[in-house]
Design a protein around this ligand. Structure first.
Ligand code: HEC
Ligand code: HEC
Ligand code: HEC
Ligand code: HEC
Ligand code: HEC
Length: 165
């Protein structure tokens, strides 16, 4: 047991040092989406676009039909808005790069944290409503230590099998 724990620690140390270079090295997003504008200025709430966060594992990015309720003008002055309208007109989903991910061997569900845990999005994702450009990195390093630290504070189980089923 002791040697196993040492191995895990060593593994995590290595991964901790190596992680920033592996994980999505400065990805490009297809459209310059602006969270601040749509939330602060237009008054959308996070759940208006990511409603699955309350009820499912994945929060989901809204589809182009949703964007298309406003962005249909392919001649719009703003070239970023025009891009969205073009995706809408051709029925092509916007190929957003996924930034927040946990590996397949980790069980994480939004419902548990948002609905039952009543944890604000900001705690895990930062001040999204201030962001004027799309995500290219996460606000916090979402590693095992991060999960466990909060679980410890809130007296939630840290049994290996609760996250590694
Ligand atoms: C009008 C729709 C809309 C609203 C409102 C909105 N978002 Fe988003 N969200 C998007 C789109 C589009 C993307 C993909 C582009 C990007 O990364 O900015 C996204 C991406 C994200 C991502 C990153 C997804 C990934 O791939 O890792 C997070 C986290 C997120 N939003 C959280 C929030 C939070 C928190 C709020 C409330 C403060 C919010 N969003 C409000 C549309 C919306
Ligand atoms: C309720 C209407 C509405 C919806 C729904 C909506 N937007 Fe917007 N969006 C606006 C308005 C209004 C503007 C600013 C005026 C303009 O330039 O058209 C804007 C601006 C933008 C811009 C330009 C931002 C900038 O800083 O230049 C982008 C990109 C954009 N929206 C993407 C999206 C995407 C992607 C979706 C779907 C996830 C979406 N919008 C959904 C109304 C909306
Ligand atoms: C306890 C931390 C935590 C909270 C609270 C949280 N998230 Fe997340 N979020 C994560 C993690 C971890 C991932 C990566 C999960 C994965 O790979 O399935 C993620 C991924 C996402 C994604 C991209 C992938 C997906 O699930 O579709 C979006 C969008 C998102 N979160 C939005 C939100 C919104 C909106 C809220 C608030 C209503 C919220 N999150 C609350 C931790 C959190
Ligand atoms: C900011 C605090 C916080 C963070 C960060 C966090 N969690 Fe949690 N987690 C909670 C809370 C609170 C609960 C209990 C929610 C409830 O049911 O009331 C919970 C519950 C869980 C459960 C259910 C546990 C059980 O009882 O079986 C799992 C699984 C889980 N979290 C996985 C994760 C994973 C994986 C991560 C990291 C990717 C993570 N959590 C990050 C606060 C957090
Ligand atoms: C609260 C959730 C949570 C709990 C509890 C948890 N883990 Fe993890 N674990 C994660 C997350 C998230 C990752 C992926 C991110 C990382 O590597 O830090 C991970 C990664 C790992 C890895 C790296 C696997 C690889 O292939 O690189 C090992 C090994 C591991 N966990 C073992 C354990 C053991 C043993 C326990 C019990 C002592 C445990 N975990 C408890 C969330 C958890």
């Amino acid at each position: 047991m002791i040697t196993m724990l040492y191995r895990i620690c060593a593994l995590l140390l290595i991964m901790g040092v190596a992680a920033p270079t592996i994980a999505n090295d400065s990805p490009e997003q297809p459209v310059r989406y602006n969270h601040r504008f749509h939330t602060e200025d237009m008054g959308f709430g996070c759940l208006d676009c990511h409603q699955n966060a309350e009820s499912h594992e994945k929060a989901m990015i809204p589809n182009i039909e949703m964007c298309g309720t406003c962005h249909i003008d392919e001649e719009a002055e703003n070239s970023e808005v025009r891009k969205v309208a073009e995706y809408v007109a051709s029925g092509t989903p916007i190929p957003w790069q996924e930034i927040h991910t946990v590996p397949d061997f980790v069980y994480f569900t939004h419902r548990r944290h948002v609905t039952l845990g009543k944890i604000e999005c900001q705690v895990c994702h930062g001040e999204v409503s201030e962001m004027e450009t799309p995500f290219i990195s996460t606000a916090v390093n979402m590693d095992m230590e991060w999960c466990m630290e909060c679980h410890e504070q809130r007296e939630v189980t840290n049994d290996c099998v609760s996250c590694h089923r």
